[in-house]
Design a protein around this ligand. Structure first.
Ligand SMILES: Nc1nc2c(c(=O)[nH]1)N[C@H]1C(S)=C(S)[C@@H](COP(=O)(O)O)O[C@H]1N2
Ligand SMILES: [Mo]
Length: 322
């Protein structure tokens, strides 16, 4: 259905000034009403990313932080993993039984070497590195997490993406037998996420397999989850079973649920508020004080990773492409 069909205005009438004004009003109402969102109506694509090279030194400066770490207990009991329920302690209670071995990932789309590959083969030749990253949830809380993982870009290269691969789409496991939350429509399952190709290849972007030097607990997205430290936490899709190289910006779970509230880019940005709350500050859950007494601190542009990532968004209107 085209926009004009939706508005039922013949093109012959559009030259008439009164109808023209009426159409402008209708268009404004159309844009303001989320219920009228047209599925299948191609959304404008953002401008292509600038061609910028990030130096290894620049990247490495983002690999650790001296900020106080969040405790193991907080990282593994205060979770968002809706496949196991929507309360913060649901995942740690319900996810223990998720079978994470054997595990394989289907990699496909615009690449020379697609295939379904066992987890060990996917990670072969790559040594998990420790990265201490800040994680800022869109809800307004944050943690400092010592991940173990491999750069996503190193994994993706193995499949030889072609020149049509402009984005990477990810899908989580959605197994109602193992994941009680999947029986409820909190999200249109399976959970999906996506990155632009340059974001996926960025040296900060991690496929995490562990934390605190130990294997990743199920509630944190075992056996394999994405970590993109300059974006809101929901980009960090858990328990990944599919990776696809695509030409068009893919649909993502939270955007699909509420497009006016959750954008594709979702870069941490204190200057662009969530429609229902401010993003200027965050509750930092770290150290002994724990989540009950968390300090409120200022949220930083790109979650403090601007030096490493800002050049990827040069010229992009961050209010439009939130
Ligand atoms: N599959 C899946 N991935 C997910 C989510 C989810 O509900 N399902 N929640 C996201 C959100 S909102 C956040 S903040 C982080 C939380 O990660 P953590 O529980 O390991 O801290 O995971 C993200 N990845
Ligand atoms: Mo989140």
């Amino acid at each position: 259905m085209s926009l004009r069909d939706a508005l039922r205005i013949p093109s012959s009438a559009i030259t008439d000034e009164s109808v023209y004004r009426q159409r402008r009003q209708l268009l404004a109402a159309f844009a303001a009403a989320p219920a009228l969102t047209l599925t299948g109506c191609a959304e404008a694509e953002p401008p292509p990313p600038p061609k910028t090279a990030i130096t290894p030194e620049q990247a490495r400066s983002g690999f650790r932080t001296d900020e106080e770490l969040t405790t193991w207990d907080d990282i593994t009991t205060y979770n968002n993993f809706y496949e196991f329920g929507t309360r913060k302690n649901d995942p740690s209670n319900a996810a223990k039984t998720l079978r994470t071995r054997p595990w394989s990932v289907a990699v496909g789309g615009e690449c020379a070497k697609p295939g379904t590959i066992a987890l060990d083969d996917l990670l072969k030749g790559l040594k998990p590195e420790e990265r201490v990253y800040r994680m800022r949830c869109v809800e307004g809380w944050s943690m400092v997490i010592p991940w173990l993982g491999v750069p996503l870009g190193e994994v993706l290269k193995k499949f030889e993406p072609n020149s049509k691969a402009k984005y990477v789409a990810f899908t989580s496991l959605a197994d109602p037998r193992q994941m009680p939350g999947v029986r409820y429509r909190s999200i249109n399952w399976p959970y999906t996420e996506g990155l632009r190709m340059d974001e996926a290849m960025h040296p900060l972007t991690l496929l995490a397999t562990g934390l605190y030097g130990k294997p990743l607990p199920q509630q944190n997205g075992a056996p394999l989850r994405l970590v993109v430290p300059w974006k809101y936490g929901f980009k960090g899709i858990k328990s990944i079973v599919e990776i696809k190289f695509v030409e068009k910006m893919p649909e993502t779970a939270w955007h699909d649920l509420q497009p006016s509230e959750y954008g594709f880019f979702s870069n941490v940005n204190p200057n662009v508020d969530h429609p229902r709350w401010s993003q200027k500050t965050e509750r930092r859950i770290a150290g002994k004080a724990s989540k009950l007494f968390a300090d409120r601190i200022a949220t930083r542009m790109y979650n403090g990773y601007g030096e490493q990532v800002a050049s990827m968004y040069a010229g992009l209107d961050l209010k439009k492409w939130f």
